[in-house]
Design a protein around this ligand. Sequence first.
Ligand code: UD1
Length: 352
Amino acid sequence: MTKKILSIVGARPQFIKEAALQKALQDTDMQEVLVHSGQHYDLNMSDIFFSTLQMRTPDYFLNIGSGRHGEITGKMMGAVEEIMLKERPDLVLVYGDTNTTLAGALAAVKLKLPIAHVEAGIRQEPKDMPEEINRVLTDRTSNWLFCVSDLAKNNLAAEGITKGVFVTGDIMLDIYQLMQPQLTPEIYMQKYDLQPGRFVIATIHRDFNTDHPAVLKKIVDGLNEISKDFQVVFPVHPRTAKVMAEHGIQTLFPCIPPIDYLELQSLTLAAKAVITDSGGYQKEAYFANKRAVVVMPDTGWRELVQAGWNVLATPDSITSAFEEVLRPAINVPSDIYGTGATAREIVRTLSL
Ligand code: UD1
């Protein structure tokens, strides 16, 4: 019998993961109902990903928008529950660690619908960061837990979760490989007047880096310092832009609005290094063979730090961490996150 999957997305990294899954589903007889919560809604935070990654239009758009965490999670739960009741899927699929992820998982588990969690078992400090809360709770409700690596599997085992756990690699690598032929560094370097290897790309949006203006100021000071030697490409997330504007935090270089997948990955190929607090982007830098300064007290992607590829930094230590990533890393395996066949493996497992 044809299985019906209800997939829920809402934020940038989820569009990227869903793009890979949609392509793998095309070769099966499984039916997918796609729900977009509307957590990200700006053109350059949402629609642009659907067009660039050639995704189909969601079947439902919840239009939830921004708000307090509890408020938007609750609104999403109510709205998605109604769709679940109407659609009666065989399973619900959620990705990653956003408020959309948790809302989907909680609504499903209350309706006793089986849940598949893509990117299960990631753990990081601080435990009170919203993404960590979302991951831990989603993992506890899930029936299929798709892990990117053994480390994630071990994290789950340490919490007593061993059933339904599959190590499938990283679904973000699937889409990276698929889009690779379309990457055009020259076009975008020309757009921003950049020289290959003479610029870095920075992205900052985490609550612990943006909610306190003094912390964000230190990060921007670090980028300003680096900009004396390298051009800095800084696509600014709306929440970061808001704090910078409100508190007069200024860069010595021009900022740009968020950019689409092809533009970011194209530029990364020609960059010297990456500075980021994004979960997905610290791995994409590795896919592009670029080292990253990760501005976080800890990362869910510890494999890359343990391998000596990425370097963790505090807001005070960005420049010294940057010096470190300018040096070549040695003996780092190229297949830490699998081979790019994750979506197919997930779909195969779910179809059994
Ligand atoms: C969310 C995820 C995070 C992920 C990130 C990717 C949670 C808790 N966090 O963080 O895991 O790495 O997405 O970008 O779900 N805003 C806009 N327009 C938009 C979207 C957001 O202006 O289209 C502004 C709003 O002021 C909003 C703020 O950005 O309140 C934060 O957005 P939100 O979705 O809550 O969190 P992110 O920081 O994007």
